[in-house]
Design a protein around this ligand. Structure first.
Ligand SMILES: *Cc1c(COP(=O)(O)O)cnc(C)c1O
Length: 452
């Protein structure tokens, strides 16, 4: 299997090359040369994440130096649960304005009702309680043993997931840059608690400063001579993070298909579109996936594109779902590459196979506040965008809401809205109990270099 840049198909790369480069020479993103066809029968008797991953991903590893390691990589990366959990309403929504069948049940008492609900794909059972654990752990197991430096800028979940995935991996040094004072205390702990081969820099500047510094280091020969290691980026455009994200769509759609003999549909909280592109890829490969809805926060270039056909990226705006505060989603390039036949995309949009909705902070707040009484669930702000979309625009059976993080990571937003404490899962508590260490620096490249 070869990989190509979205910008030009002239040069091809192996999977390992694509991973270690991050971006192609021409600045494009790596995509596979084709998507192998899979049928439900190919996965008969395969149940665990690791088994399904191996069957799904083996063609992408064909001919690569990593091919012989795929089984081990899958075993080590997919070692936590990704359950599909059915939820039903305890009572009517008081805020969603979509038609609800019977108001008489509005005051229905506690207990599971027979009213229509949906499935929740819980992607928050990994070490740092966010879906980014999946891609980060897969990438880490792909490059483990090589002598590499991994550098990443973060304002939220990425840094913790990358640190947690790479900590203790032989040969690898990890550098995390985050904007000092601009993330929550709990988030900061998840970046600074690792020690060992993970070094956290608190940069006195903005997230954009951090990102700029990372880019400079990645393209700098000086950095290599200081550390004597090649630097790679572990941000979400790395193909080594994207391919494994197909696995939870494969597993959950197969599980649903086996139980109900119909395809399930997904609502995906989206920012940079990495999670969603994996769903489109899995559907392209033939997995039993129906419609795909992209839920965004107030950053709305994606829903606007589906409505107007014009792609107009813009500056990001800050919202409660901050891991989705993206005004120029980088994976849009991969999405458009998948639909190089724009007529096909048009048909999918018009037939509702692809939809996208923007959700405001006020709607996120309402959805979170209602979560415990209506669904017996505590939603994180990102997941809440998808729940809102189901309530407002869907209200049909066979839908899966993708839950991208555990609410306890966003306690400062969620707890005041639900007026209760969120129980902290043991994975998170064990991180919060650790000693922390950070190196505070100015937003200055030389200072960063001196501290590597
Ligand atoms: C990163 C992230 C998202 C957005 O995912 P993309 O792949 O960037 O679209 C959504 N929710 C959470 C909790 C995240 O960490």
């Amino acid at each position: 299997m070869k990989f190509y840049s979205t910008k030009s198909k002239e040069k091809s790369y192996s999977f390992s090359e694509a991973i270690s480069m991050g971006l192609a020479d021409d600045g494009g993103l790596f995509v596979p040369e084709y998507f192998p066809s899979k049928s439900v029968e190919d996965f008969a008797n395969l149940n665990s994440m690791a088994e399904i991953a191996q069957e799904l991903l083996k063609d992408f590893f064909k001919g690569d130096v990593l091919e012989k390691n795929l089984a081990r990589i899958c075993q080590q990366a997919f070692d936590f649960e990704v359950p599909l959990v059915e939820v039903r309403p305890l009572r009517e929504s008081v805020t969603a304005t979509a038609a609800v069948p019977d108001v008489a049940t509005a005051t229905a008492a506690v207990g599971q009702s027979t009213q229509l609900g949906f499935q929740v794909l819980e992607l928050f059972h990994g070490p740092t309680l966010a879906f980014k654990d999946v891609g980060a752990r897969f990438l880490a197991n792909c490059i483990s043993g090589k002598k590499l430096a991994v550098m990443v800028a973060t304002s939220g979940d990425t840094g913790g997931a990358v640190a947690g995935a790479f900590v203790g991996k032989p040969g690898i040094q990890v550098y995390i840059l985050y904007p000092e004072g601009k993330i929550s205390a709990r988030q900061e702990t998840q970046l600074t608690c690792w020690g060992g081969n993970v070094k956290a820099f608190a940069v006195q500047g903005t997230f954009d400063d951090c990102q700029r510094m990372v880019k400079s280091v990645l393209s700098s020969a000086e950095a290599i001579s200081i550390s004597q290691m090649k630097f790679i980026s572990a941000n979400s455009i790395n193909i080594g993070r994207l391919l494994p994200q197909m696995v939870y769509y494969a597993k959950s759609s197969l599980e649903y298909f086996r139980a109900h003999a119909v395809k399930c549909n997904y609502i995906i909280p989206s920012g940079n579109l990495g999670n969603a592109v994996a769903a489109f890829w899995a559907r392209k490969m033939g997995l039993p996936i129906g419609k795909i809805v992209l839920a965004t926060n107030a950053n709305r270039p994606i829903p606007d594109f589906f409505q107007t056909g014009r792609w107009e990226p813009r500056a990001s705006v800050m919202t409660l779902a901050n891991a989705m505060d993206v005004g120029n989603p980088s994976n849009m390039e991969r999405f458009l590459d998948l639909y190089s036949d724009r007529a096909e995309l048009q048909i999918e949009i018009q037939s509702g196979q692809i939809q996208s909705f923007s959700v405001t902070d006020e709607q996120i707040r309402q959805t979170i506040a209602e979560g415990p009484s209506r669904w017996n669930q505590i939603w994180c702000p990102h997941t809440a965008t998808a729940v809102y979309c189901w309530e407002k625009y869907i209200q049909e059976p066979h839908w899966v809401v993708v839950s991208t993080a555990h609410a306890s990571k966003f306690e400062t937003i969620v707890e005041p809205l639900i007026q209760q404490k969120i129980p902290v899962p043991s994975e998170l508590q064990s991180l919060l109990d650790r000693p922390t260490k950070k190196t505070v620096i100015h937003a200055d490249l030389d200072e960063l270099m001196r501290n590597l």
